[in-house]
Design a protein. Structure first.
Length: 244
């Protein structure tokens, strides 16, 4: 008896205009984020899972639409992903655009991870172990992601979520910066519905974030780019008017 194979829908890859291609070249110089091998990324996510509290989130997902909207803003050269938390201390993530000087575009488009893992997890792979909720979600929904999920939040909501994270724990790293070219390299994969973010942990107990493309049925695109981003350190600079 043949088993029916679920096929992931294709997405139109984003085409860059000549001016956008030039801007991307400039951005890649300004933003030196880090590609990482799958085995290295797997060690980071595994170490996080070994140390996390029972029931904690392992990561989340951002649909391609919110990422494209942030990157489409004038003067946007990349994205900063902040560790954040709900009032019940459940971990989440907040996205904000960055200009060439790493200043946050807080008056522009902001996004929150509204599709946490679990339950919206990939099939067990090098970045993700199995969870009971995986089978439940995948069996009940043919398509896990559309790419058009509503991640938009207000500046007040973003500050509250990031502030909850800063007050609930001592953070050596508060987030990670990614260049537009790294983000576009993930989004331009044919089946990419958005980007999944995993929490990682270095042997020094410094937190990290792992970014990888994901398709509409929830699978990680492990043959494509995997990026850790540039760590963002906390600051007490009174002139800094960003979320962190």
């Amino acid at each position: 008896m043949k088993t029916q194979q679920t096929q992931s829908p294709s997405f139109h890859t984003t085409q860059l205009s000549p001016s956008q291609q030039l801007a991307t070249t400039v951005r890649s110089v300004a933003f030196k984020d880090t590609s990482i091998r799958l085995d290295e990324a797997g060690r980071l996510t595994e170490r996080y899972r070994q140390n996390m509290l029972p029931g904690s989130r392992k990561g989340g997902f951002f649909g391609r639409n919110i990422i494209e909207k942030i990157l489409a803003q004038e003067d946007c050269f990349g994205i900063r992903a902040y560790f954040a938390a709900e009032e019940n201390t459940a971990s989440t993530l907040v996205l904000v655009g960055l200009d060439a000087s790493y200043r946050e575009l807080t008056k522009g488009v902001l996004g929150e991870d509204v599709l946490p893992c679990p339950p919206y997890c990939a099939a067990p792979n090098a970045l993700n172990d199995n969870v009971p909720s995986y089978i439940k979600v995948r069996s009940s929904r043919h398509r896990m992601f559309t790419g058009d999920e509503n991640h938009r939040i207000t500046l007040a909501e973003a500050k509250r979520l990031v502030g909850n994270s800063r007050t609930s724990m001592t953070m050596r790293v508060v987030g990670a910066d990614l260049s537009s070219d790294s983000l576009m390299s993930m989004l331009m994969q044919e089946e990419c519905a958005g980007i999944r973010v995993y929490f990682g942990l270095h042997s020094t107990e410094t937190p990290s974030l792992i970014f990888v493309g994901a398709n509409a049925v929830g699978d990680d695109l492990l043959s494509g780019p995997i990026v850790t981003g540039l760590p963002v350190r906390p600051t007490s600079d009174p002139s800094f008017n960003g979320l962190g």
